[in-house]
Design a protein around this ligand. Structure first.
Ligand code: GDP
Length: 296
């Protein structure tokens, strides 16, 4: 992930650093290249425009150009702007609510939603010592509830017993009742996905959200889908006001631009990063570390 972007940035910065003095047009040339590199990495156009404008505003000032090492200063400005675009500081899951705390997992089919639900359950169990209940509300795909049950077993987390014939809303309500009765800290509700955004999906998710009032509504998006990930995030955010994003397949070789666009486009922070198929392959999304990786 980010390899191409990182390679391009390192070329641009090498050239900047090699020059002792920088003119305004040197900086403008570099900015043009940065713009192209970001667009090529699938960063959404408005985000690229905003990014370049911010860097320009700071980098073209006389103070920077007359400084001892202007190239370094420009690199620092780009680094800070990248961190800001990626969301600034890491954003942990919100566990500050009375138990049982409902988390609603939303996203398209195949985004990694079910795997991520189990990963989060495992993470909360091992790192936060939380008692977690997993429940699949996916009555669309016949094997979905079984899949979550199997993943829960692997993670050694309890999953809500499957009762055939219940609607997603009924399952959500039963999960919350069970959690109250059996004193769970967190309930992770894995909703059904569709291959693409459709009205029925959004209406279902909206109804569940209204019924359980989740503390976190986490959108799971596949980083490999590039610009489509941004479209998906916009649609879900409009329908159910997401509180955070989990980007999956950041271990893959996608160009990575979606990770850079998410915060600006939705206003919601990317909280976690899926780094593989295994249940412990879930990392905190750390903007500073990612900016470091992009800039090398
Ligand atoms: P869902 O349809 O959204 O519930 O998607 P699943 O959880 O079934 O995941 C679909 C596939 O993606 C599975 O084979 C997962 O193992 C895989 N997957 C999920 N997250 C990641 C990730 O972060 N990295 C990689 N490489 N694979 C992932």
């Amino acid at each position: 992930m980010f390899d191409t972007l990182s390679g391009k940035f390192s070329d641009i910065f090498d050239r900047l650093r090699r020059r002792g003095a920088l003119s305004e047009s040197d900086v403008n040339d570099a900015l043009r290249e940065i713009r192209l590199a970001l667009l090529d990495a699938d960063v959404a156009l408005p985000v690229v425009k905003d990014f370049v404008a911010k860097v320009k505003e700071q980098a073209v000032g006389a103070e920077v150009l007359r400084s001892v090492s202007p190239g370094q200063m420009v690199v620092k400005i780009v680094n800070d702007a990248l961190i800001e675009a990626l969301g600034g500081a890491p954003s942990p899951l919100n566990l500050f609510a009375p138990a049982p705390i409902p988390f609603l997992m939303v996203g398209l089919q195949g985004s990694g939603k079910t795997t991520t639900s189990a990963k989060i359950a495992l993470r909360l169990k091992t790192r936060e010592r939380k008692k977690v209940l997993l429940a699949s509300l996916d009555t669309q795909r016949p094997a979905a509830q079984l899949q979550l049950e199997q993943l829960a077993q692997k993670a050694e987390v309890v999953s809500l017993p499957i009762i055939p014939g219940q609607t997603p809303l009924q399952i959500a309500q039963r999960a919350m009742e069970t959690a109250r009765r059996e004193v769970y800290d967190v309930v992770i509700l894995d909703t059904a996905g569709r291959l693409s955004i459709d009205l029925a999906l959004m209406e279902e998710v909206k109804a569940i959200r209204a019924a359980v009032n989740p503390v976190e509504t986490l959108l799971v998006v596949d980083a490999m889908t590039g610009q489509d990930a941004v479209t998906t995030a916009t649609a879900f955010n409009e329908a159910v006001q997401i509180t955070g994003i989990v980007m999956t397949r950041l271990d893959g070789d996608a160009r990575g631009g979606a990770a850079l666009s998410m915060r600006s486009v939705t206003g919601a922070p990317v909280k976690l990063a899926g780094m593989g198929e295994k249940l412990d392959a879930l990392d905190e999304f750390n903007p500073e570390r990612i900016a470091g990786r992009i800039l090398g």
